[in-house]
Design a binder for this molecule. Structure first.
Ligand code: HEM
Length: 231
């Protein structure tokens, strides 16, 4: 059964001549960390990729050091704990799938690294999902035990309850943290996580376009010049 088709939202970062809004990415990362990271991993993102785009080097180092990772085995083959560093990946909330399902009444919160690419509808779908929990399920709606009604989720019964509520986080840049603002910011951040190379790709595309335009203009001029005698 298909979910309700989400509306199309005018995502600025999807425009050809626009990059990600880095302030929005910073806010979105804050939402991920303070809300989503309790249940969802982001296993493909190392701290180092956050540097420059979302965090300063010092902020990223400090954040990495808050977690412990296994060291390489020493000469006796013993693995110890060491503080995280920039090359480490963001920590997962649960050690394995079993623990993950156990904590979520049997459901599995998917890794969010590629979720924007993996789900039909991408940004629009995830925004709609996060903001689409009605106060009350519509009359006659049936969802299974322990599931929450959300018209955008295929099947309409989702194990994840509503997680975003107005004012849940406090943004350092003073942006009011409405439910939709947080949903927008975290979706943009997740889109960045799924394709961190997007800004570079667009910039390269611009250069290619500029260069081929010039080359084409020159070739038109050369062609006219060479064939001018024929007139
Ligand atoms: C599923 C996003 C917070 C538990 C999902 C899905 C997305 C998502 C995109 C996949 C839906 C699909 O399969 O189409 C987020 C975001 C969060 C967040 C962006 C933060 C803003 C949480 C939290 C929990 C949680 C805090 C746990 C308390 C789950 C579970 C599922 C799920 C259990 C699986 C649902 C099912 O398959 O029925 N989430 N989530 N999520 N999430 Fe979250």
């Amino acid at each position: 059964e298909e979910g309700l088709h989400s509306a199309k939202y005018p995502w600025v970062h999807e425009q050809m001549f626009k990059t990600f809004d880095h302030q929005a990415l910073r806010r979105g990362f804050q939402v991920y960390r303070e809300v989503c990271a309790a249940c969802h991993s982001l296993s493909r993102v190392p701290y180092r990729t956050l540097v420059g785009t979302i965090l300063t080097v010092d902020e990223a180092k400090a954040m990495a050091e808050e977690n412990e990772y296994d060291s390489e085995p020493n000469d006796e083959g013993i693995i110890e704990k060491r503080p995280g560093k920039l090359s480490d990946y963001l920590p997962a909330p649960y050690p394995n799938e079993e623990a993950s399902r156990f904590a979520n009444a049997g459901a599995l919160p998917p890794d969010l690294s590629l979720i924007v690419k993996a789900r039909h509808g991408g940004c629009n779908y995830i925004f709609s999902l996060l903001t689409g929990y009605p106060e009350e399920p519509p009359a006659g709606a049936q969802v299974g035990a322990g599931l929450n009604f959300n018209p955008y989720f295929p099947g309409t019964g989702i194990a994840m309850a509503r997680v975003l509520f107005d004012g849940l986080v406090e943004y350092e840049d003073g942006t009011p943290a409405s439910t939709s603002q947080m949903a927008k910011d975290v979706v943009e951040f997740l889109n960045w996580a799924a394709e961190p190379e997007m800004d570079d790709r667009k910039k390269m595309g611009m250069k290619v376009l500029a260069l081929t335009t010039v080359l084409f203009a020159i070739s038109v001029w050369v062609k006219r010049y060479k064939w001018a005698w024929l007139k």
